[in-house]
Design a binder for this molecule. Structure first.
Ligand code: F6P
Length: 341
């Protein structure tokens, strides 16, 4: 260990009153969650802080489903998708009674603070918990949707983009071999970040996202235009939360009826986008976020989310992370239009 690191460590430990940290993953799983768990556990080990893993998110916290973790407990997980701690959407934690039970379990276990890896629902739970019990909490954004304010990237987003674009490339082979129009639905309940990026990366003709309702007429016009321009196959990427008012299957049917030039097919990518080995980007991001989360708790901070902005790890108030809206990049919309000419 270098002298500078040693000195920093010494100063931090002098001020630190946090002796035991719990880590949990909550909400939908995302690639990179394991790397974040590993980072929290190893940062604790580095600073001589005890660490416990909480299984099944807040539900496991309520039930006291804890396991002590050390640096070796997280060996060989940096490359694995999913979450070794499992995840859950715990309705009981939404109640005051449920959170009281969880607090009792944490007290019994001697835990002083927790780090939760999840999305805005998980952060809302953490904030309520802190307000009620004054318990230090720290959030790490883990969701493939990239829909959290206060960070340019959430864990799992980069991996999901690469997974989806890889599949779209394969679909393109069939689309072009058969003179077909494919509607490819990607995840994104409320936001179109995945759709917009994989649409550009996968060479889509049109990209339908919840933030922008293009309407059925414009979609048909665009397909007619592309036919005129000599295209013989096309891919339309649709975010699952698209607001055009039809499911992707109804949309496909409508287009087939009103524009019989193509044979139309639908492909819903679904949960395959959430699985698989995290990209290098997500592994590095998770490692950086875990270090920051633990060290911020050691500095007496709480109610914050660790994010990344312009390649700098930064903290955002949990309240802002929950309430703020992650905006779609308008430049990307323009780029996608130009690319589809
Ligand atoms: O992880 C976020 C997300 O993928 C959303 O895009 C999607 O709507 C949702 O999770 C589905 O999750 P589940 O099937 O676990 O409820």
């Amino acid at each position: 260990m270098g002298y500078r690191l040693f000195l920093q460590l010494f100063i931090k430990n002098m001020k630190n009153t946090i002796k035991k940290i719990a880590v949990l993953t909550s909400g939908g799983d995302a690639p990179g969650m394991n790397a974040a768990i590993r980072s929290v556990v190893r940062t604790c080990a580095f600073h001589n802080i005890e660490c416990v893993g909480v299984y099944r998110g807040y539900q496991g916290m309520i039930e006291g489903d804890f396991e002590p973790m050390n640096a070796r407990s997280v060996r060989n997980i940096v490359s694995r998708g999913g979450t070794m701690l499992k995840s859950a959407r715990a309705d009981e934690f939404k109640t005051k009674e449920g959170r009281k039970k969880a607090h009792e379990q944490l007290k019994k276990e001697g835990v002083d603070a927790f780090v939760v890896v999840g999305g805005d629902g998980s952060f809302t739970g953490a904030l309520l918990f802190n307000n009620e019990f004054g318990f230090p909490v720290m959030g790490i954004p883990g969701t493939i949707d990239n829909d959290i304010y206060g960070t340019n990237y959430t864990l799992g987003y980069d991996t999901a983009l690469n997974t989806a674009v890889d599949v779209i490339d394969k679909i393109r082979d069939t689309a072009s071999s058969h003179h077909r129009l494919f509607f490819v639905e990607v995840m994104g309940r409320d936001v179109g970040h995945i759709a917009l990026n994989v649409g550009i990366g996968g060479g889509a003709e049109e990209i339908l996202i919840p933030e922008e309702n293009v309407g059925l007429d414009r979609l048909l016009d665009s397909l007619r235009e592309s036919k005129k321009a000599g295209k013989t196959s096309s891919i339309v990427v649709v975010a699952e939360g698209d607001k055009i008012g039809k499911t992707v299957f109804e949309l496909a049917e409508y287009v087939e009826e009103n524009f019989p030039f193509y044979e139309v097919r639908v492909s819903v990518l679904g949960h395959m986008q959430r699985g698989g080995a995290p990209s290098c980007f997500d592994r590095v991001l998770a490692s950086r976020m875990g270090v920051k989360a633990v060290e911020s708790l050691m500095e007496g901070k709480s109610n914050l989310m660790v994010g990344i902005k312009d390649d700098k790890i930064e903290l955002t108030e949990l309240e802002l992370a929950i309430k703020g809206k992650s905006k779609i990049n308008a430049e990307l919309l323009r780029v996608s239009d130009i690319m589809a000419i």
